[in-house]
Design a protein around this ligand. Structure first.
Ligand code: AMP
Length: 458
């Protein structure tokens, strides 16, 4: 199918062309005509299926036909996390680059002043987390009486995070006559009841199943004594094919230690975990996306905020005890139709976890030997590992670090080395979204247009 058959505005199609998309993903092919027809929609689609474009492209097309009036807001997109808001914003700016629509973001953890100003000015589209938005709405900022479109993105996660009361309060202040789109990775009873509450005779689209990471991600295992893991990671990184690398550790301090060591060896590295401030996390993500840092070291929970395209390799520095975490981790690469590599460093104390995973995914992962690597180096007096399973650790005792419980996840922004797309040499810092997308996290504000980088295809 061709994007041109879907009824999108020609300027939106031009931006889609710029992004390097050849054809609509299944969720896009199914959802775009429904949204253009003005109907409410339930989209059951996981992240990585192209769902952001599935609602953004028709939304922009519809907004081109109306007109904005000063101080009014025409479309509201609610998302569970700041990271997701920033990423949707990047997508919207890219797809709207040939339109003159204004976009602003609203989310917590950063200064509210630019957001208040943006709400006062009005915007065609506001992308927000429910908590901060409700706070500002409660103080009478923003005129929401002209809202024509409401999008609830990752609704299941918003419910998991306890946002239902805030969403209710926000929606209560919106006009009843509006189009409402709800996206969720799963269709639970709770989600069904939410759709009954907020949507009117919606159409459902449930074809957004993300491709099985096993099909798009090449997975391999390097068995290695724990004390040699840092050296092995460094050795692996000598290969320039490891272009954009997400490294997972179990513990925050392990992440810091690895990052320090890589930095000392001239490899630009950032970290993402819950001990870091919101601004630090946003900066780490945007530098990673822009290619300013090559390696991002993250813990599982912090990594739920990651939905970066173009990640060439996921490295499990620590092997995850929970098979679901493994699947989640490797799904950070090989997104949509792109490809990726997942490399696991597995020490003897983790071999049970590896076997449990193999039972879970019904396949054996190939074991590899790292060429030119010295496996015989002796253990130092203090093993410089990531801090997982200190003495006394056993397969049942590991867990998450108790303080590491912040936030949600995903993000996006095409990039990579696709057909017609920029190669690695093009990886310069990218301009970030005017509102909240910037490094240092100014938060809020508005913008028009944007840049976009195509994806990595093999
Ligand atoms: P999402 O499900 O919105 O997180 O989308 C994941 C990624 O898929 C986006 O960041 C885009 O880079 C990419 N994408 C979206 N639509 C297409 C398409 N039609 N063809 C190829 N890649 C796409």
């Amino acid at each position: 199918m061709d994007f041109r058959q879907l009824g999108l505005d020609p300027r939106v199609l031009r931006a889609v062309d710029d992004a390097g998309y050849k054809e609509p993903t299944p969720i896009q092919a199914a959802a775009i005509p429904v949204i253009l027809s003005g109907k409410d929609l339930i989209g059951i689609a996981q992240t990585g299926t192209g769902k952001t474009a599935a609602f953004t492209l028709p939304l922009l097309t519809r907004l081109t036909t109306g007109h904005s009036s000063p101080g009014h807001i025409r479309a509201l997109i609610l998302a569970p996390t700041r990271e997701l808001v920033v990423q949707i914003h990047e997508n919207v700016r890219a797809y709207a680059q040939y339109l003159s629509l204004s976009v602003a973001t609203v989310f917590g953890g950063v200064g509210e002043k630019p957001q208040i100003e943006a709400l006062r000015r009005g915007a065609d589209i506001i992308i927000a987390t429910p908590g901060r938005l409700l706070d500002l709405m409660g103080r009478r900022y923003g005129n929401f009486s002209g809202i024509q479109h409401l999008v609830l993105d990752e609704a299941d996660r918003m419910l998991d995070m306890g946002f239902l009361p805030a969403i209710r309060d926000v929606v209560r202040q919106l006009p009843k006559r509006r189009q409402t789109l709800l996206f969720s990775a799963t269709l639970s009873r709770e989600i069904e009841s939410v759709t009954r509450e907020f949507l009117q005779t919606p159409q459902s689209v449930e074809i957004g199943r993300r491709s099985n990471p096993a099909e798009t991600v090449a997975q391999s295992v390097y068995e290695v004594p724990r004390h040699l893991k840092p050296a092995m990671l460094q050795h692996l990184l000598r290969d320039p094919a490891l272009e954009m690398v997400l490294v997972f550790t179990q513990m925050k301090h392990g992440a810091d230690r690895i990052a320090r060591r890589l930095e000392q060896n001239g490899i630009r590295t950032a970290t993402l975990h819950s001990n870091r401030s919101q601004n630090q996390r946003l900066r780490a993500l945007s530098e990673f996306k822009a290619g300013v840092v090559r390696v991002l070291v993250a813990t599982d929970i912090a990594a739920r905020g990651i939905d970066v395209d173009g990640i060439s390799h996921v490295v499990n520095f620590d092997f995850p005890p929970a098979p679901e975490d493994y699947v989640h981790r490797i799904g950070r690469t090989g997104r949509a139709n792109a490809v990726g590599d997942a490399i696991s460093l597995v020490s003897p104390d983790e071999s049970n976890d590896l076997r449990a995973l193999e039972r879970f995914i019904h396949r054996t992962l190939p074991r590899k030997q790292l060429e030119g690597f010295d496996y015989s180096a002796a253990a130092p007096a203090f093993a410089a590992d990531s801090g997982r399973r200190p003495s006394g650790g056993h397969p049942g005792s590991r867990g998450r670090s108790p303080g590491n419980s912040s936030q949600g996840r995903p993000s996006r922004a095409p990039q990579g080395r696709g057909p017609g797309g920029p190669g690695p040499a093009d990886r310069g810092p990218r301009p970030q979204g005017g509102g909240g997308g910037g490094t240092g996290g100014t938060g809020g504000g508005s913008s028009r247009g944007g840049t976009f980088r195509p994806r990595r295809f093999r």
